[in-house]
Design a binder for this molecule. Structure first.
Ligand code: G4P
Length: 523
């Protein structure tokens, strides 16, 4: 493994793990943290996972935000690199949060259960990574159990994800006979219970394999030879462009193969990439600090409306006490108490560089999608908002509290808990979510934090799309003639709501000058 160059940006690796539930993401995260020496956090990951398994537990963990804030970003050092591992929520209903988090990483590890192959959620998350050409390292996990044929698994990656897969290591047996892995390029072997030791072989003919696989060494040799000859060689440029994935086999539970994986992240994964802003591309090594907020974690203390905004630093150096310009409002805000999630603690470091994520405590000034700079008027792209799949009108028993409800919804929408739409016809607010669990979280938080008892009603709309047009007059006339189906989102952008996807398509066809979009960049 190579230690990267000494400058702080080249040393950074900012990544997330994508997987289907149960494939082993939590177990792998723990093992990665062990390598980085962040041992206490490993326990926290476990606690969080257990708590996330049921809805009520999820709520209780929300109350114990301390843990989830710490585990939102896990920073550790290994092999000369600083790794920022960004956690994504386990539950599918919070997929919006996951998509936003993926906008802040430079690479991803895809964990696949060796007995199951590519599963639905892995595929979906992979597609999000592909949209941004995020390079992916694959870890095929649970080789200590009965596994599918490795050729089959590689084929599946190539076919279902249209991604070239190059095995860097090859499993020696599986299930009860799993003895370790063989690395093609170096002809080295790692044995399952001696992960730290690399054995040099003379190649596939080496007698070591007869010892490792007393029955079936020759069949294995043939298979490994086929794999070596048949697969595309590893191509760093194709990997960095998101077209090829290096594949590792292992067992997160047995802490096997994780070392090779993290070494690969250090060696192959890119250092912080340039980020696209509205006016130009911002290079990570530029001297001036820039960054964008991709996640808000609110109300650590319900008595104060404090929030932590998670900002990815895109360039320059962020230091405690500096001032940064919040582009949306034009105001300078002091960065007095940035939280750094370094190693074991939350606030050891005093500075952060491109690729790092800092927590910025604030009282509501910062929103998802916000750009902060040292003055330059640019806005980062790519923290998306997706058209909700579930729409509900939100009703409150006590009419005196309508204003309070409006304010609460505004705050919670700024945090990204739900989307809020204000209908033009003056009827009550409509909330939109991607997963039903978000509705439960909203109701619980409105009650617990704002003292508002609310209920939901199904409006006559089931789908909505952001509308825009190159011809302002046509947009205005469309809005005027469809008043009762139009609402404004949090930023005042118009949204068209419809009773069905069919009806929506019909309306879209009849109004070719209007674009109906199911994704919107923040801002
Ligand atoms: P997730 O975060 O992706 O949902 O997966 P998680 O790590 O929680 O792993 C899901 C289950 O798979 C856990 O078992 C975990 O112990 C097991 N597991 C993870 N990696 C491996 C592996 O390499 N080999 C084997 N054999 N099992 C693995 P569980 O019984 O659901 O939970 P637990 O009681 O063991 O914690």
């Amino acid at each position: 493994m190579t230690a990267s160059a000494n400058d702080p940006v080249s040393r950074r690796r900012t990544f997330a793990i994508i997987s289907h539930p149960d494939a082993g993401k939590t177990t792998l995260t723990e093992k990665l943290l062990l390598f980085g020496g962040a041992i206490q956090l490993a326990g926290a990951v476990k606690a969080k996972r257990n708590a996330q398994q049921t809805r009520s537990d999820w709520m209780s963990i929300e109350r114990e935000r301390g843990i989830s804030v710490v585990t939102s970003v896990m920073t550790f050092e290994y092999g000369g690199c600083v790794f920022n591992l960004l956690d994504t929520p386990g539950h599918e209903d919070f997929s919006e949060d996951t998509y936003r988090t993926l906008s802040a990483v430079d690479a991803a590890v895809m964990v696949i259960d060796a007995a199951k192959g590519i599963e639905a959620r892995t595929r979906k998350l992979f597609e999000v990574c592909r949209l941004r050409d995020i390079p992916i390292v694959t870890f095929i996990n649970k080789l200590d159990r009965e596994a599918r044929d490795p050729f089959d698994l590689l084929n599946e990656i190539e076919k279902t994800l249209a991604l070239d897969a190059t095995p860097i290591t090859w499993p020696i047996g599986s299930g009860r006979s799993f003895a370790g892995t063989y690395r093609f390029a170096t002809k080295t072997v790692r044995r399952i219970d001696e992960d730290a030791e690399l054995l040099q072989t003379s190649g596939l003919k080496d007698p070591l394999f007869d010892t490792l696989l007393p029955s079936g060494a020759d069949a294995w040799r043939e298979e490994a030879m086929l794999a070596e000859e048949g697969n595309k060689p590893f191509d760093l440029a194709a990997f960095r462009e998101g077209h090829l994935t290096p594949v590792f086999f292992g067992s997160a539970l047995r802490n096997f193969g994780v070392r090779d994986l993290i070494d690969a992240m250090a060696e192959y994964a890119p250092s912080p990439r340039a980020q696209e802003a509205d006016k130009r591309l911002v290079e990570a090594k530029e001297p001036k600090m820039t960054g964008f907020v991709f996640k808000i974690q609110a109300n650590m203390d319900p008595n104060h409306r404090d929030r932590i905004a998670f900002m990815r630093v895109c360039s320059g150096r962020l230091t405690r006490g500096m001032k940064a310009k919040l582009i949306r409002t034009g105001k300078n805000i002091p960065i007095n108490a940035p939280q750094f999630f370094f190693a074991r603690d939350r606030s050891i470091a005093d500075e952060a560089y491109a690729g790092d994520v800092v927590g910025l405590p604030n009282h509501g000034q910062l929103r998802i999608g916000d750009t902060l700079t040292e003055g330059e008027e640019i806005v980062f792209r790519g923290v998306p908002s997706f058209a909700p799949e579930i729409l509900r009108r939100i009703l409150i028993g006590d009419a005196m509290k309508a204003k309070k409800l409006r304010e609460a919804l505004q705050q919670l929408a700024e945090e990204g808990v739900v989307q809020v739409f204000t209908p033009h016809d003056g009827s009550g607010a409509i909330v939109g979510v991607v997963g039903a669990l978000q509705l439960d979280v909203l109701a619980t938080r409105l009650d617990g934090e704002y003292g508002l008892q609310t209920r939901y009603e199904q409006p006559r709309f089931t789908v909505c799309r952001w509308i825009a047009s190159d011809e302002p007059a046509k947009l205005k006339s469309f809005i005027d003639s469809n008043g009762s189906s139009i609402a404004d989102d949090l930023d005042g952008a118009p949204v068209f709501m419809s009773s069905s996807a069919f009806q929506l398509n019909y309306d879209a066809e009849r109004n070719p000058a209007i674009t109906f979009s199911d994704v919107k960049d923040y801002q």
